[in-house]
Design a protein around this ligand. Structure first.
Ligand code: CMC
Length: 424
């Protein structure tokens, strides 16, 4: 095994080097503090490997994304979302019977406890659906027992996968003042969600194939993305041995931020702002370059991808197809394409390797599907759920897991005597 050497204050220390299955190299610093009394300083964790994981592989320079070894392009073209849930969580593609049984169990658990409706009713109609989603997922812990027993955990995983679509659809119905629509056991996962969103007691609703296919694709593309902010949150909360529902609820909160999953809502709001401002996208590209403006081109840039985001490439093509199939012409799609074209030719974006990310085109497809803007990040959460679950499960089974507890470099006052208030 090769080693890395560190010289600190003239003294030499050796650390083991670990290599992943795709030849990714890491220096094992687990003994750094014990050996040297120093810590590794890495705000934002851009250089820190927090775990070994066998779930998702990304090569940001080459624009590669694979779930359990399968390229995202192949999965996106050929798989169903429930199949990918199974793959991510259990490690292998299911056989036909395994998938049918997995889907049957999820469908059976889509129904919410009737008492949960009372909680929905108590939210203001103006509540953001992400806030409701996080709180309701946390609330599952008060309805269902959690324990270390694998069978209980497995059942809770199924409950979570089943109930998240019902919670999401109920939060939407609450916000528009329509009656909640119950899940149906004769529908697929994606059909069930769309039916709960759009069905009305006064009007029968049949889920159009094009919506079903588009939703399946969007959920697959969001299903996992290794140690991103929300996934690291799930692992961090879970490392204290907090339960599945609390860990996933915390992940949903992390996802809500505008620099993470909240970006898909921000992209549409940005495009609408540009449209309202006469479509002057050059002005907004200039604003994004001007640091004093505090404005960023939302849907652009990524911590890991430095060439292109393969999910954005798939979604750009899909946006054209879905809008055409639905007969929708959305001027925001034209603005987005123009914005992308200008930014990609601009030295500011070229030098910093800033490209459209998954959120840049996903919002336009959701909009065409009739999903309201404030539900976009909820859609991201539904897609990311199997990834969070898989990562949580892997973390709990990993003998290397310790409670996550980073160190710091203290920069505050050194010791000073306390002065009682009457003497200050
Ligand atoms: N518009 C303008 N400038 C940008 C942008 C942007 N969207 N993104 C990064 N930069 C600049 C940034 O100002 C910095 O410039 P300088 O070197 O002159 O100080 C440089 O590029 C590097 O940026 P950073 O903030 O250090 O990069 P990061 O890796 O810490 O952040 C990011 C990654 C995704 C948070 C960031 O690119 C960003 O804020 N993008 C907009 C929000 C967004 O679209 N988020 C969704 C991410 S993909 C889906 C998900 O994972 O949730």
């Amino acid at each position: 095994m090769s080693t890395a050497k560190l010289i600190l204050d003239g003294q030499e220390y050796e650390f083991p080097v670990i290599v992943g299955s795709e030849n990714e190299v890491g220096i094992d610093f687990t003994t750094l503090r014990a050996k040297t009394k120093a810590i590794a300083y890495d705000p934002g964790y851009g250089n820190t490997g927090s775990c070994r994981s066998a779930i998702t592989y990304i090569d940001g320079e080459a624009g590669i994304l694979r779930y359990r070894g399968y390229p995202i392009e192949q999965i996106a073209a050929l798989a169903s979302f429930t199949e990918i849930c199974y793959l991510l969580i259990y490690g292998e593609l299911p056989h036909h019977d395994q998938l049918r049984e997995f889907e049957r169990k999820i469908t059976y658990h889509t129904l919410l406890h009737e008492d949960m409706k009372k909680i929905f009713d108590a939210y203001p109609a103006t509540a953001h659906p992400m806030a409701i989603l996080a709180a309701m997922v946390m609330s599952l812990a008060s309805f269902y027992e959690e324990s270390d027993d694998p069978e209980t955990t497995d059942l809770n995983i199924i409950r979570l996968l089943g109930k998240i679509i019902t919670i999401a659809a109920f939060s939407y119905k609450r916000s528009v003042g329509q009656p909640y629509v119950y899940p149906r056991n004769d529908l697929t996962y994606t059909q069930n969600f769309l039916n709960m969103m759009y069905s009305l007691p006064t009007e029968p609703y049949k889920v159009p194939d094009v919506l079903d296919r588009a939703l399946n694709l969007l959920l697959i593309l969001h299903a996992d993305h290794e140690q991103n902010c929300s996934t690291s949150t799930v692992r961090m909360v879970g490392s204290s041995q907090a339960g599945l529902f609390a860990s996933i609820g915390a992940g949903i909160c992390a996802l809500s931020g505008p620099l993470h999953g909240g970006a898909n809502q921000e992209v549409i709001e940005m495009l609408e702002m540009i449209q309202a401002d006469g479509g002057n996208y050059r002005k907004y590209v200039d604003m994004a370059k001007d640091k004093s403006s505090n404005f960023r081109l939302m849907g652009f840039g990524h911590r890991v991808y430095r060439n292109f985001d393969p999910r954005a490439t798939i979604l750009k093509k899909s946006a054209d197809e879905v809008l055409e199939a639905l007969g929708v012409h959305d001027p925001l799609l034209d603005i987005a394409k123009n914005l992308e074209e200008i930014a990609l030719k601009d030295s500011y974006f070229i030098e910093r390797k800033l490209y459209p990310n998954v959120d840049f085109y996903s919002g336009i497809i959701y909009r065409a599907m009739g999903i309201p803007t404030n539900m976009f990040t909820v859609m991201f959460a539904i897609g990311r759920l199997p990834g969070w679950i898989a990562q949580w499960r892997e973390m709990r089974a990993d003998s290397e897991t310790r409670i996550n507890r980073p160190r710091q470099i203290y920069t505050g006052a050194t010791e000073r005597p306390f002065v009682p208030i009457f003497q200050r």
